[in-house]
Write a protein that binds this ligand. Structure first.
Ligand code: FAD
Ligand code: NAP
Length: 491
């Protein structure tokens, strides 16, 4: 039998294929079939995962939980205040948050206000994208002295992170040591050395600006355990340091002279970076030499030194010097050579030490697997090992490295994996109501949920406060004041 020459079996196969695809096409999917996804953390990983899910599925509902009343993670609290262009990603995140099928639930700490298991009961899928809220430590004597600070907390201090606003930062010394050769190390060094006239036009927090206005720090030593071929910072950030107004770059020519003959054989990004390191040490441009002659501040780049101890000042109120083992490099692959300590030692005098050797993720809920050695949630292609419907995205799944672009790719990949699992019928939708149920639980527990329109009130208030003093915004730096703005009536 056929209809207009098309065999009946073909017609019925086409009809059943169409019917199977209906839940994905139809805007009015039966409520029981609407997938609800909870995302934990509103940084780039959370927002890019949400964006992918909303784009790839016609009816999925996404709830983004954030422990702070304000969104955007390290885009707000990590990215340096003098890099405003990087923060433009906030516009894309805002478009995502404003979609009908997306909700922001701020001021909710997962693991404390509500558990991951409670979310799993109410959601088709749960995505852990809560970043890296701790830092690596060196485990050396003197690391806990006053004014020996983690760069992570110093960043939080100048960026207005509520938990770091009271960080006791003493800038009354001439010289600071920054341990580590990553981009965070360059960020904190740059903030210490940038003229105040530049900083005061940024969204740097007012308490940090006041402290930097009184700063006596004239010299910042950036110390890495390996050599110039292994630095983790990137060319744009190095160039900014070399071009910093009123500031001299000091790189010992002996440390970089041998790079000249290697530069041409290096792969592209490393080649340009190494060339700039070489030129800054051995063949600085005439304009730079002239500029550096009048400099009032300077930064020095030191290689192949591993910190062994931070020695206290006579009164014990802070560091006096950092003692280092001098390393040699070993291994056939130049860019991946390892540092090995020799018997030689040296030290650098300083009154402030910033440890910038990387961030670290921590477990937030005992029911979620966590690899303490690697500092990540163990996963395969974002699927958390051994737990169906549980995923991870961003730094908590991959480790605390990568710029926003890398985190975007990761967030998109996580979204695609979840969509695939949904399409293959791997995930449960029945009985999963999303935040309808969860909101009740949180309200009973006295949690004041901050919505995205509440955040917009905070946003407006910060922008208005900034405008009065010539800044793009003045961040509110404590949670009660943020909640106060949310509750205030419009003026
Ligand atoms: P995060 O951005 O850290 O987001 C995690 C979110 O989860 C946070 O909002 C946090 O509050 C929330 N959270 C944590 N615990 C909980 C919980 N229990 N419950 C609910 N929410 C929770 N990249 C660039 O491209 N350009 C730059 O200029 C740049 N500057 C940087 C500067 C610094 C100092 C740092 C550290 C990184 C910088 N990066 C930059 C890298 C970029 O910030 C990261 O790639 C990106 O932020 C990682 O995203 P994430 O979502 O995994 O983590
Ligand atoms: P990072 O890039 O991993 O750099 C960490 C540095 O610490 C490295 O130099 C590392 O040296 C050193 N280190 C680690 N353990 C050490 C130890 N025990 N002793 C001495 N030194 C040690 O980390 P990060 O600077 O925290 O940056 C995190 C990510 O954010 C990076 O991907 C970075 O690019 C990104 N970020 C980007 C920007 C930007 O784009 N402007 C700004 C800030 C951050 P080894 O190499 O020898 O291990």
């Amino acid at each position: 039998m056929s209809l207009y020459g098309v065999p009946r079996y073909r017609i019925s196969r086409a009809i059943s294929t169409f019917l199977r695809s209906l839940p994905r096409r139809c805007k009015h999917t039966s409520p029981d079939k609407v997938p609800h996804v909870a995302i934990i953390g509103s940084g780039p990983a959370g927002f890019y995962t949400a964006q992918q899910l909303l784009k790839g599925h016609p009816s999925v509902r996404v709830d983004i939980f954030e422990k702070l009343p304000v969104p955007f993670g390290l885009v707000r609290f990590g990215v340096a205040p003098d890099h405003p262009e990087v923060k433009n990603v906030i516009n894309t995140f805002t478009q995502t948050a404003e979609k009908d099928r997306c909700s922001f639930l701020g001021n909710v700490t997962i693991g404390k206000d509500i558990t991951v298991s409670e979310l799993q009961k109410n959601y088709t899928a749960v995505v852990l994208s809560y970043g890296a809220d701790a830092d690596r430590t060196l485990g050396i004597p003197g690391e806990d002295l006053p004014n020996v600070l983690s760069a992570r907390r110093f960043v939080g201090w100048y960026n207005g992170l509520p938990e770091d606003k009271e960080l006791p930062v003493d800038l009354s010394c001439d010289s600071a040591v920054v341990l580590g050769h990553g981009n965070v190390a360059l960020d904190v060094a740059r903030i210490l050395l940038t003229p105040l006239d530049i900083l005061k036009k940024t969204d740097i927090s007012e308490h940090a600006l006041a402290s930097l206005a009184e700063s006596r720090v004239k010299q910042v030593h950036l110390v890495g355990r390996r050599g110039p071929l292994q630095v983790a910072f990137t060319i744009k950030e190095l160039r900014e340091m070399v071009n910093l107004p009123e500031c001299r770059t000091v790189i010992n020519p002996q440390d970089v002279a041998s790079l000249k003959e290697l530069i041409n054989d290096l792969p592209r990004p490393r080649k340009r970076l190494t060339d700039l390191l070489y030129r800054s040490g051995c063949e600085p441009a005439e304009k730079d030499v002239k500029r550096w002659a009048d400099a009032v501040r300077q930064w020095n780049l030191h290689f192949c030194l591993s910190p062994q101890e931070v020695a206290a000042s006579a009164d014990g109120k802070g560091p006096e010097r950092v003692k280092f083992a001098v390393n040699r490099l070993e291994g056939p692959d130049l860019v991946n050579q390892k540092a090995v300590a020799t018997d030689a030692v040296t030290d650098i005098t300083c009154g402030l030490v910033l440890r910038s050797i990387g961030y670290k993720s921590i477990p937030i809920d005992s029911t979620v697997p966590f690899d303490a050695d690697k500092g990540i949630i163990p996963n395969k292609n974002s699927r958390v090992q051994g737990t169906k419907g549980l995923y991870c995205s961003g730094w908590v799944g991959r480790g605390p490295v990568g710029v926003i672009l890398n985190t975007m790719t990761d967030g998109f990949d996580t979204g695609k994996v979840i969509l695939k699992d949904m399409e293959e019928g791997q995930l449960e939708t029945t009985g999963k109501q999303g935040h309808a149920e969860v909101k009740d639980i949180l309200t009973q527990r006295g949690v004041e949920i901050v919505t995205f329109s509440d955040w917009e009130k905070i946003n407006t208030s910060e922008s208005e406060a900034g405008k009065k003093i010539g800044k793009p915004r003045e961040k509110i730096t404590d949670v009660p004041s943020m909640l106060g703005v949310v509750k205030s009536k419009p003026s």
